[in-house]
Ligand binder design. Structure first.
Ligand SMILES: *[C@@H]1O[C@H](CO)[C@@H](O)[C@H](O)[C@H]1NC(C)=O
Ligand SMILES: *[C@@H]1O[C@H](CO)[C@@H](O)[C@H](O)[C@H]1NC(C)=O
Ligand SMILES: *[C@@H]1O[C@H](CO)[C@@H](O)[C@H](O)[C@H]1NC(C)=O
Ligand SMILES: *[C@@H]1O[C@H](CO)[C@@H](O)[C@H](O)[C@H]1NC(C)=O
Ligand SMILES: *[C@@H]1O[C@H](CO)[C@@H](O)[C@H](O)[C@H]1NC(C)=O
Ligand SMILES: *[C@@H]1O[C@H](CO)[C@@H](O)[C@H](O)[C@H]1NC(C)=O
Ligand SMILES: *[C@@H]1O[C@H](CO)[C@@H](O)[C@H](O)[C@H]1NC(C)=O
Ligand SMILES: *[C@@H]1O[C@H](CO)[C@@H](O)[C@H](O)[C@H]1NC(C)=O
Ligand SMILES: *[C@@H]1O[C@H](CO)[C@@H](O)[C@H](O)[C@H]1NC(C)=O
Ligand SMILES: *[C@@H]1O[C@H](CO)[C@@H](O)[C@H](O)[C@H]1NC(C)=O
Ligand SMILES: *[C@@H]1O[C@H](CO)[C@@H](O)[C@H](O)[C@H]1NC(C)=O
Ligand SMILES: *[C@@H]1O[C@H](CO)[C@@H](O)[C@H](O)[C@H]1NC(C)=O
Length: 812
């Protein structure tokens, strides 16, 4: 009894002692965190009220216990408390200039177990030194920053690390500063050093890793064999790098693996047999590599398999074998897997299928009834040989969100009731034989983001969408739509292609309500009236194509207000008057935008609606007389100005020489007079210049010798005189410029050799084609991107709080 009361007394005593001394975070840890805060604020241009904006940093003040600060977690052990967790995710503004140097003080908090710095657009390299201090680290998340260089080797000493996410950075890309001094790479190999860019073999030291996420970086080289030492690995995500070589043969030794994602690399060889041993596999993503061989049927014997992505390789699926899968797939991609014949029937038993991509195969037959099941959310069957009309049931589904059937031989009319399917976000039916009118009910599809009906036989008027619909990309070009030019689309529309239809009448001023519109294409439609003045107010426009629309009058001065305009085609119309000298102010044609090397697929028109990114893959332009596909990336670097085949008169404004971003300038077939401005000599990246068929006189400016990239120059049918200037490009034998112009002296008007004329029209028919755009501007790959957002197939960062293993550290 006495013993017990004694114990009680001591307990009470120690309790009161505990109460009287503050159980606070250690002073040095508080100091470290405050230093971190001031480093962050120091990196911000405007830091006056920044700490209030930066999610909770304002609670970090010296007079309070740092364990009570936001984003800080502590753990009390006995009579002491320590900082064990920092969740600094999404702390800085997107455009902030915060560098990784701000992390320095954090390396003094040796008790840290979890560190989340994701979504901070932090620049610079991951600090070389410091991580060795954080020996207790279990969870490290640096995903979505701008970090570059290599993974610091100190990181590989963190033996308790279970979760490592370095996704969406630029790690591995260039030589890190520490090795950049070395003269050549061979030296590095000889020294046995790792070559920057590879995933370091030391990764094999982190034997407790459960999740390793390195997706979307710039790693190259092979998958290190040392990865096979990470036996606890459950998730390995190396997507979107530049990895090459074969998948390690013995990868199946990682028996706990549930998600293996290696998509979008350059991996070769066959699918390793050993994957059969990964009996817990749920997600296997090997798509968009260079894998070859027959797709093994045992993949469908893995019971837990849900997501199987094999498309975009050189793999082949033998559609003759009928399999009885032991798994119930929710997602399957066999894109471009040489699948022949009718739709594989065994798929009809995969009743949980929500995503199916069988595009770019040789499928025949009609759209099967069983594929109109209400579960399916995404069906991509583009680039096959499918025929017949669509089953009406297809649009009864409340789950259908993506339907891509482009480039098949489907025919018939769209079901009148298609609008029932209000879940549809992407509908692409381009290049089929669909006909009839587009049902009015389509406007009930209020979630519709991408609509591509181009290159079919649709006719009648095009239905109106409400202004609050979510349309983003609309392409209805190359059909037989008639009536007024439709303008009722969602205010979020940024791409509108109505070209090659029978629309007529004036351009509706309502179009100017689409103030996010970046791309407007109306070529080959029958517009009446003068140049629509309201276009000058559509300040987002980057591409404006009004080729061959029968517009007349003068070109308005106000167009120069469109500072984003990069591609302007007003050719083949009846415009008259002068070329506005204010065109020299078209800012979008002055700069050549620097394309970030970080996002090789950066495209011209990214849009974010509800976290959805829609991107345009390809635009086809007639470029130096051949149709060329500009990827979205190169598109952004191309600036084109085409005013050819009008009745423009007066002198060419010398201000056009300011448009230094121009790749192509075409003013041919007009009535322009006077000299060629010598300022054209400053258009240094110009590749094609056509001034032919005007009344230009005087000499060819000697400054043309500066046009080092010029490969096509057309000056014929003018009154020019003098010598062709000499310059490096002008003399070049290797890549001779195609020069069609008077030789030395002005030829009498009639004496132009017939041959030359013929040759000209033959090889460079600006007149007929000018700069043309897209047939099918959206590609299924673009859609894949959209899907990535909606279906969130393996998320790049798995919220660790969901994993019970990690949870214990955070909730302490
Ligand atoms: C704000 O930035 C200036 C210089 O950039 C620096 O001197 C000042 O200490 C910063 N203020 C805070 C609160 O960090
Ligand atoms: C410091 O922060 C605490 C909350 O963490 C707050 O209650 C206190 O008022 C703050 N003190 C000062 C001086 O800002
Ligand atoms: C980043 O730096 C640039 C140029 O120094 C500055 O204009 C910009 O405001 C800075 N961004 C932030 C968020 O401080
Ligand atoms: C590691 O922690 C110690 C204190 O424990 C500190 O002095 C040192 O600066 C830290 N190292 C780095 C690189 O931050
Ligand atoms: C990797 O582990 C080995 C043996 O455990 C050790 O000697 C080596 O220092 C570790 N490498 C790194 C970078 O920590
Ligand atoms: C990392 O990026 C910074 C700019 O953010 C640059 O100065 C540095 O050279 C880059 N380092 C490497 C290794 O690419
Ligand atoms: C795999 O997971 C099981 C259960 O989740 C666990 O007991 C085992 O230690 C893990 N590691 C290996 C190598 O199997
Ligand atoms: C599939 O069967 C057809 C005819 O039955 C045959 O011609 C073809 O070679 C077979 N393909 C394969 C890959 O076995
Ligand atoms: C679908 O499954 C049923 C029984 O589960 C089976 O009888 C039938 O043959 C299967 N159909 C196909 C096409 O595999
Ligand atoms: C163009 O439209 C006008 C009137 O709107 C009409 O008279 C003319 O026939 C149309 N031309 C063509 C080729 O459709
Ligand atoms: C173009 O911009 C100028 C000044 O920004 C403005 O005065 C003018 O009205 C604009 N023109 C048109 C047609 O919008
Ligand atoms: C950090 O907080 C964000 C929300 O702000 C959350 O999504 C994320 O899962 C947290 N990280 C950790 C490691 O708990």
């Amino acid at each position: 009894m006495t013993n017990l009361s004694l114990l009680l007394a001591t307990l009470l005593l120690s309790f009161s002692i505990l109460k009287s001394t503050c159980l606070c975070c250690p002073q040095y840890q508080k100091a470290a965190l405050l230093e971190f805060k001031s480093l962050v604020l120091g990196d911000l241009a405007d830091n006056s009220s920044a700490d209030k904006m930066l999610g909770g940093l304002d609670t970090w003040n010296s007079s309070s216990d740092c364990c009570h600060w936001e984003m800080v977690r502590c753990f009390s052990r006995g009579s002491s408390k320590e900082v064990t967790g920092l969740n600094l995710s999404n702390l800085f503004p997107l455009d902030s200039n915060v560098t990784s140097d701000v992390l320095k003080p954090i390396f003094r908090i040796r008790s840290l177990m979890t560190l989340d710095l994701s979504y901070n657009s932090m620049k610079g390299e991951i600090p070389r030194t410091g991580f060795a201090n954080l020996t207790k680290l279990v969870y490290l998340d640096l995903n979505n920053n701008n970090l570059n260089g290599s993974i610091p080797s100190q990181l590989f000493s963190l033996r308790y690390l279970e979760f490592l996410d370095l996704s969406t950075n630029a790690i591995g890309g260039k030589l890190s500063s520490s090795v950049a001094g070395l003269k050549n790479l061979e030296q590095l190999i000889l020294n046995g050093n790792l070559i920057q860019g590879q995933i370091p073999a030391e990764i094999g030291n982190l034997t407790n890793l459960h999740k390793l996420l390195l997706l979307q970086n710039e790693f190259s080289g092979g998958i290190p064999l040392s990865l096979l030492q990470l036996r606890e690995l459950e998730t390995l995500d190396l997507r979107r790098n530049s990895l090459s070589g074969e998948i390690p043969n013995d990868i199946g030794i990682l028996a706990n693996m549930t998600t293996l994602a290696l998509s979008n690399n350059a991996l070769t060889g066959a699918i390793p047999q050993s994957i059969r041993d990964m009996i817990k596999l749920v997600t296997l993503r090997l798509d968009s590599n260079v894998l070859a061989g027959e797709i093994p049927t045992w993949l469908f014997d893995l019971h837990d398999m849900k997501s199987l992505f094999l498309g975009g390789n050189k793999l082949k699926w033998n559609n003759n074998v009928s399999i009885v899968p032991k798994c119930m797939l929710t997602e399957l991609s066999l894109r471009s897997c040489s699948v022949r014949g009718p739709m594989p029937l065994w798929l009809s038993n995969q009743t949980e299928l929500a995503f199916l991509d069988l595009s770019e195969n040789e499928l025949e037959g009609t759209y099967p009834q069983w594929l109109a099941e209400p579960n399916l959310g995404t069906v991509i069957l583009s680039d096959n040989m499918l025929t017949g009309s669509l089953p009406p049931r297809l649009f009864e589904s409340r789950n259908l969100s993506v339907l891509v059937l482009s480039r098949n031989n489907f025919s018939g009319e769209l079901p009148e009731t298609m609008g029932q399917s209000t879940s549809v976000m992407v509908l692409m039916l381009s290049s089929n034989n669909f006909s009839g009118h587009v049902p009015k009910s389509i406007s009930n599809m209020y979630r519709l983001l991408v609509l591509d009906l181009s290159d079919n036989g649709f006719s009648g008027e095009f239905p109106s969408f409400g202004s609050n619909s979510l349309t983003a990309c609309i392409d209805i070009s190359s059909n037989r739509f008639s009536g007024e030019v439709p303008s009722a689309f969602g205010e979020t529309t940024f791409m509108l292609s109505l070209s090659e239809n029978n629309f007529s009448g004036q351009l509706p001023p309502n179009l100017s309500k689409l103030n996010l519109l970046k791309h407007l294409d109306l070529h080959d439609t029958n517009l009446t009236g003068e140049f629509p003045a309201f276009l000058s107010q559509m300040s987002s426009l980057q591409v404006l194509n009004l080729r061959n629309t029968a517009l007349k009058g003068s070109i308005t001065d106000g167009l120069s207000n469109l500072t984003s305009l990069r591609i302007l085609d007003l050719s083949n119309n009846n415009f008259e008057g002068k070329i506005p000298s204010s065109f020299g102010n078209l800012a979008g044609m002055i700069d050549t935008p620097i394309i970030s090397s970080r996002l090789p697929e950066t495209l011209m028109f990214p849009i974010e609606i509800f976290n959805v990114s829609v991107e345009i893959q390809d635009l086809i332009v007639n470029w130096k007389n051949s149709k060329q596909r500009l990827s979205g990336k190169s598109l952004a670097i191309y600036s084109l100005l085409d005013l050819s085949n009008n009745q423009l008169s007066g002198e060419i404004p010398s201000s056009l020489g300011s448009l230094k971003g121009l790749k192509s300038l075409n003013l041919s077939y007009n009535e322009l007079q006077g000299n060629i401005p010598s300022t054209f000599g400053t258009l240094e990246i110009l590749e094609a210049l056509d001034l032919s068929h005007n009344s230009l006189s005087g000499k060819i400016p000697q400054t043309f010798a500066n046009l080092k990239q010029l490969t096509s120059l057309y000056l014929s049918n003018n009154k020019l005189s003098g010598r062709i200037p000499e310059g490096p490009q002008m003399d070049s034998q290797i890549d001779p410029i195609r020069l069609v112009c008077p030789e030395d002296v002005e030829p009498p008007p009639d004496s132009v050799p017939e041959e030359m004329e013929k040759e000209e029209t033959g090889m460079f028919s600006w007149k007929a084609t000018a700069i043309g755009y897209p047939v099918g501007f959206l590609y299924a790959t673009a859609v894949m991107y959209v899907i990535g957002y909606f279906n969130s197939v393996p998320k790049s960062s798995v919220p660790w709080a969901k994993s019970s293993r990690n949870k214990k550290f955070w909730e302490l």
